[in-house]
Each structure stands twice: as structure tokens, then as C-alpha cells.
Design a protein around this ligand. Structure first.
Ligand code: ADP
Length: 273
């Protein structure tokens, strides 16, 4: 509706001023990134955060479900993962001489699926699930103490991204043929890491550099309220998304790894209790 008479009289607002309901900083950030229905937003910062656009909410004990800041009939979920860039950095320092270039080269030397090797790297107590420690499993499912350097590099990235996908599915998200992954945050500068993201999600990955996305999201919401039309059209003119990686043909490889990951993570969670 319009601004109240009280505010018009007291502060001199234009009586035609339209008011849009406010949202908190996380939903505002999502609005700033302007996803479309079906998109997954993966923020690869110090911690990693996954935002999902949901048409049906699946309330649970993990993560948060919010009203969708773009479409009032829909929902969004937010799940935060404590072990993001800091864990990737530790492996970079230990296996790649502290160089992202070398890390990327090593990532390219191993095949998608890592020949079945799978790792869980919770250097710090993870939020999702509540568990801590580093666990490595070889292709036969045996627990091992170490991996060759290249295998370790791929294992940390694949393990993290498979976890992001598995937990997205846990809150009711279904990857489909129209799913797009929008990547943001520090590690979205790394092409080889983004390729793994595309392969694991079996979806194209776009990047979007949006400084101050929460404030921008509120501004776009205000404009959208005034002008109507498609939210993404208004937002797209502010910050276009750029296609950076397309998925290879690894659906079966990652379906199997994801199923194994679920089991391993459950085991690790139980061991941490
Ligand atoms: P914050 O959560 O503090 O906003 P950023 O989104 O700025 O974090 O991301 C910072 C992280 O990005 C750093 O911890 C660093 O590990 C990571 N990063 C920066 N450049 C690269 C790169 N080329 N490859 C992988 N990770 C990178």
C-alpha cells in the first residue's frame, strides 16, 4: 500500500509513496543476486552458503526456510556450511604450495569422480551436519589415512560440492533440466573449481559479482514493486550473470558418489556425537 498519513504529515513523505515489506539481510542478498525459479545460489566465501528457491517448503532441523523475497507465493532456504574456503585453503597450502594456480592444475589431472575416492573435510565443527574431523574413503569404501596430493585436491572440492547438493536435496530441492547454479564469493574466481561445481550439480554455472547484494536486493525490490514486470529483467540490467562452466556427462558418476557420500556422512555424524 501507500505510506501512512502519519508519515506524510510528520516527515513530509509524498503521499503517493509506495511501501514494500522489508526482508532481512539474507533474503535481501538473494534478491540482489536475482535468481529465477529453479536456480541454486552457491556462495563460496570463508564459509559456504547455499540458497535455494523452493516452491514447497520442507521444514526441518537443519538450515532455514524463509518467505521468498522475489515471489510471495514461494520460499527460499538457506544452509550455511562452516568448512568452506578456509578448508580449501588448508589443502592448497599443504598440497599445492599455497598456489591456487597449482591447485587448479592438480584438479585437472584427476578425473571427475576421483576414481571413487571420497573425502569429508570438517576441519572445524561443521554446522551441517554437526560433525568434526577429516575422513577419507577409497574407491572400495575403505577408510584410508591419506590420498596422493592430486586425489586430495579433488577430494576436498568434490566432497564439499556433493555435500552442498545432498543437503539441497534434503530440504526438498530437485535438480532439473532447467536448474542453473549461480556462484558467488571468493572461490568463484577459480575456473577449475567452477567446473567441478557444474559437473557435480549437472547444471550450467553462472557467476555474478554483486557488491553489497543485500542493499542492491532491496533497491531492486523497491523498483519492482513500483514498476511490476519480471523481477529478473529489472535485476539483470544491474548485474548480468555470465555463463562460466557447463556440465560434462558425469551424471551417473556423481549419482553414485552422492549416494555413498550420504552414508559416509551419516557415519561421521554418528561418530562425532
Ligand atoms: P567472505 O566470506 O569473507 O566474504 P570471500 O567471498 O571474499 O569471503 O572469499 C574469500 C575466500 O576466497 C578466501 O578465503 C580464498 O580462499 C578464496 N579464494 C580467493 N581466490 C580464490 C581462487 N582463485 N581459488 C579458490 N579460492 C579463492
Amino acid at each position: 500500500g501507500k505510506v501512512s498519513n502519519y508519515l506524510v504529515k510528520k516527515f513530509g513523505f509524498n503521499p503517493e509513496c509506495v511501501v514494500v515489506a522489508f526482508v532481512g539481510d539474507n533474503p535481501a542478498s538473494l534478491a540482489g543476486l536475482a535468481p529465477e525459479q529453479g536456480d541454486v545460489v552457491v556462495s563460496l566465501g570463508t564459509s559456504d552458503t547455499v540458497f535455494l528457491w523452493l516452491t514447497k517448503p520442507t521444514p526441518g532441523l537443519s538450515g532455514h526456510i524463509f518467505a521468498n523475497p522475489i515471489n510471495q507465493d514461494d520460499f527460499m532456504s538457506l544452509t550455511c556450511f562452516k568448512n568452506g574456503s578456509l578448508t580449501r585453503e588448508r589443502i592448497r597450502d599443504e598440497k599445492s604450495d599455497g598456489s591456487w594456480e597449482k591447485f587448479s592444475e592438480m584438479l585437472k589431472k584427476t578425473p571427475p569422480g576421483n576414481n571413487g575416492a571420497l573425502g569429508i573435510y570438517f576441519d572445524q565443527m561443521e554446522i551441517q551436519p554437526f560433525a568434526e574431523g577429516v575422513y577419507r574413503f577409497d574407491g572400495d569404501g575403505n577408510k584410508v589415512d591419506s590420498f596422493p596430493p592430486e586425489v586430495e585436491v579433488r577430494a576436498v572440492i568434490e566432497g564439499q560440492f556433493i555435500a552442498r547438493k545432498v543437503h539441497a536435496e534434503n530440504v526438498g530441492f530437485q535438480l532439473g533440466p532447467n536448474t542453473r547454479v549461480i556462484a558467488t564469493g571468493g572461490a568463484s574466481n577459480n575456473q577449475e573449481i567452477l567446473q567441478v561445481l557444474a559437473d557435480v550439480f549437472n547444471s550450467p554455472v553462472y557467476v555474478k559479482e554483486v557488491p553489497n547484494s543485500a542493499a542492491l536486493g532491496c533497491a531492486i525490490r523497491a523498483k519492482h514493486t513500483l514498476e511490476g514486470g519480471k523481477f529478473s529483467d529489472i535485476a539483470q540490467s544491474a548485474h548480468p550473470s555470465v555463463l562460466v562452466a557447463s556440465p560434462g556427462q558425469f551424471t551417473e558418476v556423481y549419482a553414485q558418489l552422492s549416494a555413498r557420500y550420504r552414508e559416509f556422512e551419516k557415519m561421521v555424524e554418528l561418530q562425532s556425537q
